[in-house]
Design a protein around this ligand. Structure first.
Ligand SMILES: Cc1cc2nc3c(=O)[nH]c(=O)nc-3n(C[C@H](O)[C@H](O)[C@H](O)COP(=O)(O)OP(=O)(O)OC[C@H]3O[C@@H](n4cnc5c(N)ncnc54)[C@H](O)[C@@H]3O)c2cc1C
Length: 409
């Protein structure tokens, strides 16, 4: 697959990019741009530990495969072949249990779950071996445009310049702030508690979501008898969970998940993440695009966040590959504005769907519970509806970037 891609070592004054940020979105953007034929400076401070796991949807796996990264990641990833939704509220109108099977979609798995430490290890190793990527340790402090280039100033006064800046510097993006792009925040009255646990019984590649009045609590398979959990709950309950000793935490999660997997034991640090949604008003400006959480933050419900970030990276790489083939400037308005146009609908529809799913759980209104239950009941019985829901959950069916379709750049 890689042999069909433009050479990573091709260089031209208009073919250089700076990627700001070394989280998963930044690392994948750097690797995708290098595969597109750009010369890349990857500017980020030293990596921080990340206790979470990420469910990578089928399209994201295809993109990582096309970038030559999946073979190394695969042994660390567990397939999610079945997704089971359980209504664990104590409400009068409760939804029936529904299971979705990946084989109905003729795919091996909806997603593959991998610990972020393993994911970032593989991505960082790949970055280190790509001749077209120069890793620069530091933080962006300033950004200006000058003579057809973007000039980035680092905290220590060094400068870097390139035709295009891809800002993947996270939810508090300095690039976004320097460009004056607003990103209104919508907070939710919830916190996601995360951890990895070992358990007694095999998970059989089934991801189970327990829907409660405060949000979903999800068991997501990892290799072996291990699961990552994302428990979305009230801030007070999250505080209680975080304050428990390790043994108490294992017991609390076992209780919340009705001992489905037997005894549970904590085997990782815990994480606690207040929920919010945030979308930048623009994803592009002159010679700059926003990627990953710099552009969009959504609650960790339905495992969409980084999958959107991977589609950002794949779309940008495709536009850059096409510009390089045409001998054009990769930071031109034609590239940055096409990026903005192509990413809007995907981000807006995922943000809307996650918000709706979350609010239907939090709502105290009986008709909302009734509608939710009815929708799930219908999905359990009407294959066409179920398939449409599964299709949308995995990723968009329109304007799919080539890498995400498993095709070369
Ligand atoms: C509990 C939880 C569970 C999740 N589960 C899933 C899931 O299953 N599937 C999924 O797809 N998504 C999931 N997500 C979302 C996913 O984790 C995020 O989308 C992803 O981590 C965002 O990556 P990022 O690279 O955009 O940002 P970050 O990981 O925040 O990286 C930002 C980077 O920018 C750097 N940086 C910041 N400022 C500067 C600067 N001035 N100069 C240079 N560098 C800078 C930082 O050091 C960092 O390296 C989950 C999120 C949460 C909270």
């Amino acid at each position: 697959m890689m042999s069909d891609m433009p050479s990573e070592t091709r260089s031209s004054p208009q073919g250089e990019a700076i990627v700001v940020g070394g989280g998963a979105a930044g690392l994948i953007t750097a690797l995708a741009l290098a595969a597109a034929g750009a010369q890349v400076h990857l500017l980020a401070p030293a990596r921080r530990p990340d206790p979470r796991a990420t469910a990578l949807m089928d399209g994201s796996v295809k993109a990582l495969e096309a970038l030559g990264l999946w073979a190394e990641l695969r042994p660390n990833a567990s397939p999610l072949r079945v997704m089971r939704l359980v209504d664990d509220t104590r409400r009068l109108l409760r939804a029936p249990e529904v299971s979705f099977h990946a084989r109905e979609m003729e795919i091996e798995a909806f997603a593959w779950n991998v610990e972020n430490e393993a994911l970032n290890d593989v991505l960082e190793r790949a970055v280190a071996t790509r001749p077209a990527i120069a890793r620069v340790e530091g933080e962006l402090a300033g950004l200006r445009r000058q003579a057809g280039q973007s000039v980035v100033t680092l905290g220590d006064g060094r400068t870097l310049s390139a035709a295009l800046v891809a800002a993947a510097d996270g939810r508090e993006s300095a690039v976004r702030r320097l460009l004056g792009i607003a990103a209104p925040t919508r907070p939710y009255p919830q916190v996601a508690v995360t951890a990895t646990l070992e358990h007694e019984r095999a998970h059989e590649d089934i991801s189970t979501e327990f829907h409660t009045e405060t949000g979903p609590c999800v068991l997501v398979p990892l290799p072996g008898r291990r699961c990552s959990i994302v428990c979305v709950t009230s801030p007070a309950e999250a505080e209680t969970l975080m304050a428990l000793d390790d043994e108490g935490f294992g017991l609390a999660i076992e209780t919340r998940t009705h001992s489905l997997l037997g005894r549970m034991r904590l085997v990782s640090p815990r994480g606690s993440f207040p929920l919010a949604a945030r979308t930048a008003e623009h994803f592009s400006a002159e010679r700059t695009v926003l990627v990953g959480e710099a552009a969009h933050v959504i609650p960790p419900i339905g495992a969409q966040g980084l999958n959107l970030g991977i589609r950002d990276a794949a779309t940008l790489a495709e536009l850059v590959a096409d510009a390089l083939r045409a001998g054009a400037d990769i930071g031109s308005d034609a590239v940055t504005q096409a990026y903005e146009r192509r990413r809007r609908a995907d981000v807006a529809s995922r943000t809307f769907a996650v918000d709706l799913a979350n609010r239907s759980l939090l709502s105290e209104l009986m008709p909302v519970h009734g509608m939710r239950g009815f929708a799930l009941w219908l999905m359990g019985r009407v294959p066409a509806l179920r398939h449409a829901m599964m299709r949308e959950g995995i990723g968009p069916s329109r304007d799919v970037p080539r890498l995400v379709a498993g095709k070369p750049l």
